[in-house]
Design a protein around this ligand. Structure first.
Ligand code: R5P
Length: 314
C-alpha cells in the first residue's frame, strides 16, 4: 500500500505514511498553460491498494478537481482499492438551502467527487451528520476530539491541589464546557460528559447575509469559571471571538478553545490570537497556507495517528 498526496496537505500525508510504515507515492502536480490541473503519478501501483489524501481547503475547487484526477490516474494504473482520506470536507458548511435561490452545495460536491473511482471515504468531524446521506459510497467519520480530550485531562492532572488522578474531581467546580451554538450542542454535551463537566449553552444568531454573529445569552452562570469551547471549525473566527468576548464580560477567567478544522481564512489566525482567547487548540486536518509564527496561545495536534488507525481497521 502507498499513500498519494494531493497538494493540499502533504505534511499530514507524510505523517500518516510514517505511522503506517508505508511510502508516499511520487506524484507530479502542476498546471497546464491554460490553468487546468495536471496530475502525473510516477509510481507503480499495479494491483495494490492506494490511499489518496487531500483536504478540500483553499483553493477549494482546485483541490477538489486535483483529488478526482489523482484517483482516476491511480485507478488507470491498476490500483486494486482506493481509500480517499479527505480530512476536511470542504463545502460541508453549505449543507442546507439557507435561502431560496441557493444550491444544496454539499450534495453537488458529493456527486462530483463520487465520479472519482475511490472505494470509501474517510473524513473527520463533519459539520452535520446528515451529510453522509449525500454519499452512495461508504463514508467513515473520524473525530479529533480524543486529542482534545487528552489535552484537557492532562490540564486536570497537573492541578497541584488535585492529588487524585481522576478527571472529575479535578475539573468539577472550576471548568465548564460551552456549546457555542445550537449545532454544537450534541457534540459539546458528549465532550462535557466524557470530562464529567457541566455544560452551558450559548444562544447565538448569525446574519445570513452579512455573516455577523450576535450572542443573545447563555444558559448558566459562568462567573469565575474556566471555559472550554469545542467546535468543529473556524472559518471567519466570528463565532469564537464573539463567544469569548461575551464569556469574559460574564466574568469567565480563562477560555480554552478547541476546533478540529481551522480553515486558515486570511488574517483570522492573527485575529484569534489577538482576541481574549487564552488557548487555541486546532488539528492539522488543514495545512496553514501561510508560515505560522510560534505562539504560546496556539497548539496544533496531529490527527495522523487517528487516520492511520482507521486505514488499518476499516
Ligand atoms: C457553526 O455552525 C459551526 O459549528 C462553527 O461555529 C462556525 O462554522 C464557525 O464559523 P465562523 O468562524 O465563521 O464563525
Amino acid at each position: 500500500m502507498k499513500i498519494f498526496s494531493g497538494s493540499s496537505n502533504p505534511k499530514l500525508a507524510r505523517k500518516v505514511a510514517k505511522k503506517l510504515k508505508i511510502k508516499v507515492g511520487k506524484v507530479e502536480l502542476s498546471r497546464f498553460a491554460n490553468g487546468e490541473a495536471r496530475v502525473f503519478v510516477r509510481d507503480k501501483v499495479n494491483n495494490s491498494a492506494a490511499v489518496v489524501l487531500q483536504s478540500f481547503s483553499r483553493p477549494v475547487d482546485e483541490h477538489v478537481i486535483e483529488f478526482c484526477l489523482l484517483c482516476d490516474a491511480l485507478k488507470r494504473l491498476g490500483a486494486k482499492k482506493i481509500t480517499a482520506i479527505v480530512p476536511w470536507l470542504g463545502y460541508s458548511k453549505q449543507d442546507k438551502v439557507f435561502r431560496e435561490g441557493e444550491p444544496l452545495s454539499i450534495k453537488v460536491i458529493a456527486k462530483i467527487i463520487q465520479t472519482a473511482p475511490f472505494d470509501k471515504l474517510i473524513t473527520l468531524d463533519l459539520h452535520n451528520q446528515s451529510i453522509i446521506g449525500f454519499f452512495d459510497k461508504p463514508v467513515i467519520q473520524l473525530s479529533a476530539q480524543p486529542l482534545f480530550l487528552e489535552y484537557f485531562k492532562r490540564i486536570c492532572r497537573h492541578r497541584p491541589c488535585n492529588s487524585a488522578r481522576t478527571v472529575p474531581a479535578g475539573l468539577t467546580g472550576k471548568y465548564i464546557v460551552i456549546a457555542p451554538d445550537a449545532g454544537s450542542i450534541k457534540s459539546s454535551t458528549a465532550f462535557a460528559q466524557k470530562l464529567k463537566l457541566p455544560i452551558a449553552y450559548i444562544d447565538k444568531e448569525r446574519d445570513l447575509i452579512s455573516g455577523k454573529v450576535k450572542i443573545h445569552g447563555i444558559s448558566k452562570e459562568v462567573k469565575d469559571k474556566k471555559a472550554i469551547i469545542i467546535d468543529d471549525m473556524i472559518s471567519t473566527g466570528a463565532t469564537l471571538i464573539e463567544t469569548v468576548r461575551f464569556l469574559k464580560k460574564k466574568g469567565v477567567k480563562k477560555v480554552f478553545v478547541a476546533a478540529t478544522h481551522h480553515l486558515f481564512v486570511p488574517h483570522v489566525t492573527q485575529k484569534l490570537l489577538k482576541s481574549p482567547i487564552d488557548k487555541l487548540l486546532i488539528s492539522d486536518t488543514i495545512s496553514p497556507n501561510i508560515p505560522l509564527k510560534p505562539n504560546k496561545k496556539l497548539k496544533i495536534l496531529s490527527v495522523a495517528e487517528i487516520i492511520a488507525k482507521a486505514i488499518i481497521n476499516t
